[in-house]
Design a protein around this ligand. Structure first.
Ligand SMILES: [Zn+2]
Length: 410
């Protein structure tokens, strides 16, 4: 049997380990203070023991000060198994924090007690992001248990605060310990994917969230000439905004959908009764913009349309930026991490993986901003953040094989 086949066979025997580790992780509730918790300490301590079992050459807890959290900090754990510290490292980064379970009546059982039904594990956090940690950990364990030597370094990082902005998680780590990473490293973030594991996410669109306030003059509905109807103005502007797609027509097949999107979403309540003409209306616009355009250009067009409609109707229209994230440089399609992942996926599942762009919002964007090419990949049907969150044991084992192959061959 070849070396790789032997390691794959070992991984096939890890079903009980998957269940056991998932059970332990899920019972250690890791909620950020802004989600009503005290941080990720208990879970990170358990992960530290797991990593220490594999005798890393380097292990460090990077503490991000957060006075709201237990002991005043948030724990970020990084460990490395070195063949030679000068060589490049294959890093896999997962996150320890979870989102709250939400309405408990929507769960069929206790979210923090893992339930196993056939191939499926159910519990808060089992998919997001314990799947990523367990598969990357077991892939390495299989290699080390088999007594194989690594041909380059392997690093596992388990960070805090991914669900609430990463200020105390990866963003803090990169701001303070950027030296732990090198441009040549292969960085994989197993925090999103598709059901057959063929999507390697390498790019994001820019994100621009805008709030629009339309102010007119309120009056009785029987005398509309005495007021200026803000709802009609808002409606006219919403229709005009449909033109944004024509003003920014670019197409890039890396992304799905391949064009920028401009969605009018939330509308705040205006007057409580039918016989009043509203004097103020507020709505929101969610823009996901191809990296070739600047968010500033979109904002400029929005202002122009609003001024035109406002002047025609005697309304004051104001834009406010709620969130704005310029897309970082995409990870090149031929970068070593994309090539290595695609090769390993083909070896393990026989499938052709494809680099893709998404609408925005993964933690990999922080790596890209700092100039580290990172790829987001895992095999998962998306149940993250939902009641009865679940994942498949067979997906975790298959992903562990892909990681093992990347660790050994790069
Ligand atoms: Zn996640």
């Amino acid at each position: 049997m070849s070396k790789m086949a032997e390691i794959f066979k070992r991984i096939d025997g890890y079903r009980d380990d998957v269940i056991n580790i998932q059970k332990e992780l899920t019972s250690r509730v890791a909620l950020s203070p802004s989600n009503g918790g005290t941080g990720e300490h208990e879970k990170t301590t358990y992960v530290t023991h797991l990593l220490q079992d594999l005798k890393p050459d380097f292990i460090e807890e990077v503490k991000a000060p957060d006075e709201r959290a237990f002991e005043g900090y948030r724990p970020n754990l990084l460990a490395r198994w070195d063949d030679d510290p000068k060589n490049r490292t294959v890093w896999v980064l997962s996150h320890s924090d979870i989102v709250p379970p939400g309405d408990l009546s929507l769960w069929d059982s206790d979210p923090f007690k893992v339930r196993v039904v056939g191939d499926r594990i159910i519990g808060r956090g089992v998919e997001d992001n314990q799947h990523g940690f367990v598969s990357s950990y077991l892939g390495l364990k299989a290699i080390l248990d088999a007594g194989e030597t690594l041909h380059h370094s392997v690093g596992l990082a388990v960070v805090a605060d991914e669900e609430t902005g990463s200020a105390f998680g990866l963003h803090y780590v990169l701001k303070n310990r950027k030296d732990l990473f090198q441009k040549e490293d292969l960085i994989i973030v197993p925090d999103a994917g598709n059901e057959d594991g063929t999507m390697i996410e390498v790019a994001e669109k820019s994100m621009l969230w805008l709030k629009c306030s339309v102010t007119g003059k309120q009056c009785h509905a029987s005398t509309p000439q005495k007021g200026r109807n803000s709802l009609v103005g808002a409606a006219a502007l919403i229709l005009a905004l449909q033109e944004l797609g024509t003003l920014f027509p670019g197409n890039d097949n890396l992304f799905s959908p391949p064009h920028s999107t401009f969605a009018t979403t939330k509308m705040e309540a205006n007057v409580p009764n039918i016989n009043t003409i509203p004097g103020k209306d507020v709505f929101y616009l969610d823009c996901r913009i191809l990296p070739r355009y600047q968010t500033e250009e979109v904002l400029y067009s929005c202002r122009e349309m609003a001024d035109r409609i406002g002047n025609n109707r005697g309304l004051k229209i104001q834009w406010e930026t709620v969130q704005r994230q310029e897309a970082p440089e995409p990870t090149p399609l031929d970068s070593p991490v994309v090539v290595a992942l695609a090769r390993a996926i083909k070896e393990v599942t026989g499938r052709e993986a494809k680099p893709m762009g998404i609408g925005g919002g993964t933690v990999a964007a922080f790596f890209r901003k700092y100039g580290f090419p990172a790829a987001v990949w895992s095999t998962s049907a998306d149940t993250a953040h939902q009641p009865n969150e679940s994942c498949l044991i067979s997906d975790i084992l298959s992903d562990a094989k892909v990681f093992a192959s990347v660790y050994l061959r790069g």
